[in-house]
Structure formats: C-alpha cells, structure tokens
Design a protein around this ligand. Structure first.
Ligand SMILES: [Zn+2]
Length: 299
C-alpha cells in the first residue's frame, strides 16, 4: 500500500512539471463577455486557454475595469469582444489598445438592428440572441484562431462545424417552441432592450422600460414615457407574464408587473450567461432555458 502510494507520488512528481509546462505554453484568449468566451471554448477546445473578464451575472454595459484587468489582457495572444459598444465606453477595446494586444470584434458581419429614437445611426449590440448571428460570431472566432495557430486549422474547423450544426438545431427548436405561444401573446417584456434580435428572429414583439443599455449612453436608460409605454403595451396585448433579467436589478420590472397586472414569468439570461454548474452556463443552455421559461409563461 505504502509502496504503491510512493510510486503514485513519484509518478505524479514526474508528470506534473510536463503538464504544467504544456499548460503554460498554451496560447491565451481573453474575452470580454461570457457568451463570447463560450463560443471561443467551443472552437479551441483545450488547445488554448480561454479567460473571461466578466463573471456570470455581471452587466457589460456598467462594468468598471478592475486593477488586474490590464495585467490579464497583457497576457493575451488574442482578445475577443462583442462590440457595438456593448462593453460600456468600449472598455475591452481600451484594454487591448492600452496593452498592445490584438482584438477581434465578434459582431463584425452581423446585420445590425438600429437603436430607435437616436439621431445618429447606432447599432443594437445584443446580436448573439439570434442563432444566425451567433454563427457569425463563431466563424469570426474560428478565422482569428486559425490565423493565430494555423498548424491546427483542421481541428478548429472541425470543432466549429460541429458547433454550427448545433446552433442550426437550436434555431429550429426555438422556432418550434415559440409556435406553442398564441400569436397575440408573443410579446416579450423585459428590463432592457436586449431581446430585439431574438424577437426579430423568432417572431415576437418586444417592449422594455429601459433602452438598449443599462448605462447612461445616448438612447439608453429609463424615461417615464418608456415606462408608461411598456405598461400600455402589457395592458393592450393582455400580456400574462413579464420577465426579469439575471444581470439587471429586478425591482423596476416587479413594480411594472404590479402596476400593469401581469405576473413575473421568471428570470432570463440576457447580457450574461449562467454561473458554472447551472443550466445556463453555456450559450445553448442559456437560450434553451430562456425559451422554456418564455413559452411556459406565455402559452
Ligand atoms: Zn444589454
């Protein structure tokens, strides 16, 4: 017994430095948001190390850079951001520029929805909520990773192809599930305008009291008029349930529900995925759980 323990310890001692060496040599990808980090992991597997600045439940619009962030980004072989100002005041762009690291913007190539009610053209950044756009993110990441490590290009292409198939399956599944909601009940009321791409892709209308960002940017924030319009919408469509978001304070939505006579249908993942070991910890899991919550409350 003791001999075998010593043998195991010796074996571990021999193996450990090799494993650590291999770990240390892996290229590092630093991502801004949890969705982007999940897409990156699907493409690179264990071939690269994927790190994420935002933790589950954190709001990218309001994120304040921490002292360690620049240090983390300075270790990156590649940085990935969502883009279109989802990262409030472009904090990820700034970190990459400040540390001289290359950065890829994942929304590049998506067809933008414009933020309503602002004079200059502004793209709604929540593009990942249509599976078709998520596929564009994945292809952008795949191409950037192949450029970084051309030797393993076939592997990155194979993983991406498998994942893109899963996204296509997810898309068809969402279409089928949403069909269970009566047409006149297909109204999605949440805190902020995160679900416009989702609603466009899957045939729902959206109404929110807060604009495209939870921060103070142009066209964002709550106004009494937007709040009233949301309440009117709920009453007009006799919406049964409205939803809070995991990354946004739920107080206002609860007040609106009370005032408009709707119930809270549950909590949706919006700008952040779920914590590790929850059903929403991946993009596919987050979308699946959201859709089930929405359909269950509105059908
Ligand atoms: Zn948002």
């Amino acid at each position: 017994m003791i001999v075998s323990r010593i043998a195991t310890a010796l074996l571990l001692a021999l193996l450990l430095p090799v494993a650590m060496f291999a770990e240390e040599n892996r290229p590092v990808i630093v991502c801004s948001t949890t969705q982007v980090a999940d897409f990156a992991r699907q493409v690179v597997g264990d071939r690269m190390e994927v790190k994420c600045i935002l933790a589950a439940g954190q709001d990218p619009h309001l994120y304040e850079k921490k002292p360690g962030d620049a240090q983390l980004v300075s270790t990156a072989d590649l940085c990935l951001e969502n883009g279109w100002h989802l990262e409030g005041n472009d904090w990820m762009q700034k970190l990459a520029t400040q540390t001289g690291r290359p950065i890829v913007t994942c929304v590049k190539g998506c067809r933008p929805l414009e933020v309503p009610g602002v004079s200059e053209a502004m793209h709604d950044p929540h593009a990942w909520f249509s599976c078709t756009n998520a596929a564009i993110y994945v292809r952008n990441i795949r191409d950037a990773v192949i450029q970084l490590d051309p030797e393993h290009a076939d592997e990155y292409r194979s993983r991406s192809a498998l994942y893109l198939d899963q996204l296509r399956t997810l898309h068809s599944w969402i279409v089928r599930e949403i069909n269970n909601i009566p047409v006149d009940q297909r109204v999605l009321v949440t805190s902020h305008d995160a679900f416009n791409y989702f609603c466009q892709a899957y045939g729902m209308k959206s109404a929110t009291p807060v604009g495209w960002s939870t921060g103070k940017e142009v066209g964002a924030g709550i106004t009494p008029q937007r709040r009233q319009e949301t309440i009117d919408s709920i009453r007009e469509h006799q919406v049964k349930a409205i939803f809070v978001e995991t990354s946004v304070n739920p107080t206002m939505v609860r007040e609106i529900a009370r005032e408009a006579g709707a119930k809270i249908g549950g909590e949706l993942y919006s700008d952040s995925m779920g914590a590790p070991d929850t059903a929403g910890e991946t993009y596919i899991g987050m979308m699946r759980e959201n859709v089930l919550t929405i359909v269950q409350s509105l059908k």
